[in-house]
Ligand binder design. Sequence first.
Ligand SMILES: [Zn+2]
Length: 398
Amino acid sequence: MKGSFQIAKFFGIPVQVHWTFTLIFVYVFYEGMGKSLSWMEMGGVLIIVLALFFFVVLHEYGHALAARRYGVDTRDIILSPIGGVARLDRLPEHPMHEFVVAVAGPMVNIVIGVALSCVPLLSSEESRQDFINFFMQILYPRSNFFAADLSPFQYFLFIFVAINGILAAFNLLPAFPMDGGRMLRALLSLRLGRLRATRASVYIGQFIAVILVGYGLWNFHYTMALIGLFVFIMAANEYRMAKLDGLLENYRVQDVLRTRYTKIYSRDPLSLAMGPLSQGIEHNFLVFDQWQNLVGVLPEERILEAAKGQQEGTMAGQLVTTRFESVLASDSLKSLFPKMQWKGYPLLPVYDKGKLVGVVDKNALNNFISLQAKLERKRIPSLLRPGLFRRRTGLTEG
Ligand SMILES: [Zn+2]
């Protein structure tokens, strides 16, 4: 992700921190100065904040390692001020696997919380009482439970238990994008299928979101109201993604394949690409060497950059990027989409039976998706039936 840097790597999965994360330190310092906290107190707050994110990372590793059991890789775990996310390559296919992956995160926090609770609960009667009073105080602030002076060790230990409890409870809310929402969807999927299950759980999630917003505004808990709003928007987003997934699943690369494309050679001057580029049909180009071997992709932005720098004399080979993947005409669009959207490939070569048969363009894919969405909005049955293009072009199933 742009603006992120790696801070650690466990089990082969990098932990990335988004730069905005550092704003937390600024915020703690700013708040601390405003409330004239001592350096000791500010240090304490910082320990709590860092511990919070440490437990978030463990939570995300719960998801990532559970996903690995089902053969799903995790690209990275990203921390930002609003939380953490493990970016899985895809969702596990089977609903029960999705359920296990979703529940694994909160389970990590429950296990840590229970384990840490054992320390005060199994030691002296006094510490047991302190522990109980501390939580009664949090749960019922207006009651007269009173936690006696706690030692720093007790204090941090109790806070860590509370953090894990809150993380588990919050994430188990049955609303997208929380894990509880995914668990609900997975269970409903067993009966309803993925898409209808997503719709049902989106409605349930939005209902909960409305309650959160209402309750938050009514009781001046603005954070809660904001979370509700966030949940509402994310739920709608989740449904769009599920619908897109359903759509992409039905089509193949050959449905968006372009068989006519301009071949550019490494030694060609860049100006050669300007012609097709200005016609607006082709934006990115495949570049070949003199023996007709594919060497890479010449993306539009590099051409424009060179043009801006008045470097029209540059040879195509100097600007080519060798970062690309080949796709098969028979690959589903569902597998193509993450490549173009997340890995940011603008153009990919398409092969069929070991032969280069054409290209697929990011713009073409986006056009295809928005056209299908438009057709659906107007309730026009799609004219493009899956595989139609294959018959026209004589491509065969791989
Ligand atoms: Zn989670």
